[in-house]
Write a protein that binds this ligand. Structure first.
Ligand code: FE2
Length: 342
């Protein structure tokens, strides 16, 4: 049975006094990928006083013994490098939730201009760069938003419908459901590409995907007509070269990119059905359990993610996310072609 209590962080409850804002279009800009400046020895992250543990060999590292809030600018660069390599970093016992919105915003802004969400609520006195994910007995949860389904997993990469796409993303917990649940799952899209045969990879390298903001979630929030009318769209290569690791990444996005450019609808659906089911493999995915004080940072060019809305009906779950934009994804085929020429 749920015991009703007041929220632990009332100042972070979602508000949206202005309603919907059409601010999702972000024109191309030359990004400064901070990870490229990092000392690869990661002296601030991986030293005698910190503990780094791989969640699985292929994805995720749990980090203890350091506060994100006390990293220098060099340390923040190292964090981005490790996030690019490992996909997702799980920092435990952080003071991040309590350092206030100005410092939280400043830390993430180190990595690039911040995404402004068009519909989600933000804490009073801040702005739409704070994306509050909140469920309780009154507002319900994502299950209510999406209606009846056999499964609510919703694998995706955030906000990929603009030329520049999100980089190292910060997501932290304020309150976990009283009886557990509400994990977040991550899957390594570089490892997903590596698992494919050379012949199949060759076919994928030549393809592009159409990305649109009229996603399942956005249609649920503002309706189909409006989501389509105000949609922002772009095309990205299906296989991108990661801007930091230079690895080829299977840049699929089941909620945002549902069409292969130049394919007929049935061909596109057939190929994407396979790829969308392929990326869910437990071979290269992991599940992150939230504890009080956990901050998760993931690189949106390395991993896709999904909520796991398995918590009890009416339970309170309170999270905050801030996303910085990184580089415009480049096609892996371009650098592979260069290697062949040399
Ligand atoms: Fe997301």
């Amino acid at each position: 049975m749920l015991i009703r209590t007041d929220p632990l962080y009332p100042s972070y409850l979602p508000t949206r006094p202005e309603g919907y804002t059409s601010n999702i279009d972000v024109p191309f800009f030359e990004a400064d990928e901070r990870a490229l400046r990092a000392d690869p020895a990661l002296p601030e992250l991986d030293n005698g006083s910190t503990q780094l543990t791989n969640i699985t060999p292929r994805v995720g590292t749990e980090i203890r013994g350091i506060q994100i809030s006390s990293l220098s600018k060099d340390g923040l660069d190292q964090l981005a490098l490790l996030a690019a390599q490992r996909g997702v970093l799980v920092f435990r016992n952080q003071d991040f939730a309590d350092i206030g919105p100005n410092r939280q915003r400043d830390i993430v802004r180190h990595y690039g201009p911040l995404h402004l969400h068009p519909t989600m609520g933000y804490p009073e006195g801040t702005g739409p760069e704070f994306h509050v994910v909140y469920a309780d007995e009154k507002v319900g949860s994502i299950r209510d938003l999406l209606g009846p389904h056999t499964s609510y997993d919703l694998w995706h990469v955030d906000q990929t419908f603009t030329p520049n796409t999100p980089g190292p993303t910060f997501f932290w917990v304020l309150e976990t459901p009283a009886n557990g649940g509400g994990d977040t799952a991550f899957t390594n899209l570089a490892a997903a590409y590596e698992a494919l045969s050379p012949a199949f990879r060759e076919t994928l390298l030549g393809l592009d995907l159409y990305h649109t903001s009229a996603s399942v979630g956005e249609i649920g929030r503002i309706g189909t007509e409006r989501a389509l009318k105000e949609a922002v769209n772009t095309i990205h290569p299906l296989v991108i070269e990661h801007p930091v690791t230079r690895k080829p990444v299977l840049f699929v996005n089941p909620t945002i990119a549902q069409r292969v450019v130049g394919f007929k609808p049935e061909e596109s659906a057939h190929l994407l059905n396979f790829l969308h089911s392929h990326i869910k493999s437990l071979d290269f995915s992991c599940r992150v359990r939230w504890e009080p004080g956990t901050v998760v940072v993931w690189d949106q060019r390395t991993v896709a993610h999904s909520a796991v809305p398995d918590f009890e009906e009416g339970a309170r779950r309170h999270m905050v996310r801030i996303i910085p934009y990184g580089a415009k994804p480049r096609a892996a085929r371009d650098s592979i072609a260069q290697v062949h020429q040399n």
